[in-house]
Ligand binder design. Sequence first.
Ligand code: PXL
Length: 278
Amino acid sequence: MSYKKILTIQDISCVGQCSLTVALPILSACSMETCILPSAVLSTHTAGFTGFTFRDLTDDMPAIKEHWMKEGISFDAIYTGYLGSVKQIDIVKDIFASVLKKGCPAIVDPAMADGGKLYSIFDMTYVNEMKTLCAQADIILPNITEACFLTGVEYKETYDEAYIEKLVAALHAIGAKTVVLTGVSYSEDKTGVLVSENGEAKYYAHKKIAQGCHGTGDVYASAFVGAFLNGFSAFDSAKIAADYTVECIEKTHGDKEHWYGVKFETCLGSLMKKIGLI
Ligand code: PXL
């Protein structure tokens, strides 16, 4: 496998184990050059902390891209997560068009919602703009809440396979090519991921750990991207990322002080083994 150069665009939450502080170490462990474009700098993430600072970096992004273009810098993949503003979504589309190598994947995690609700800084204008970014992506990784916001399908806590089929069809209808839908659970003790591409859907179920954890969406997406760029299929990458995320939750579960993220660093060796890097 050749040495790849990936760009990931998401915020820096200085404390909280999410977004870039998760993506950068995980992708580096997956043996690729990881370049970053921070969308915003926050003192902490926004889920559970109050009074966080927020420095929007939207206005810096076009000049950063222009400089890369002047230097002839381009990427083998671009992976986006939490973005700081509606305007940034347009800038990201321009970045896809100008510095992503031809035929290389644009991977979008529409990180904006969970548990039936949008994260605190987002509104429907942001959702509608995110829909247009997902339409340009090769792979999207929404959870069920995000999928419902993107498609207008009603959010449900309990559902059957027909509901998930309808949700996935609606995601493809907005233009998404490969859909990796996370948090799909048909029973009390299991959850899983559904991968739909080329008219075929495959489901992988794994253990559900009762307590919900922050930051697991970013751990999951980063591990998925790491495996995918190492040559695994979307479905095998989804399985590797799921098993790794479960291990991270298990390492964290039970530590009441550590409510804001998962101890993903303690399992990086295991992820590297699953990918065949060690
Ligand atoms: O993707 C999770 C995430 C990332 N970044 C920030 C967040 C959250 C979740 O709340 O607040 C700033």
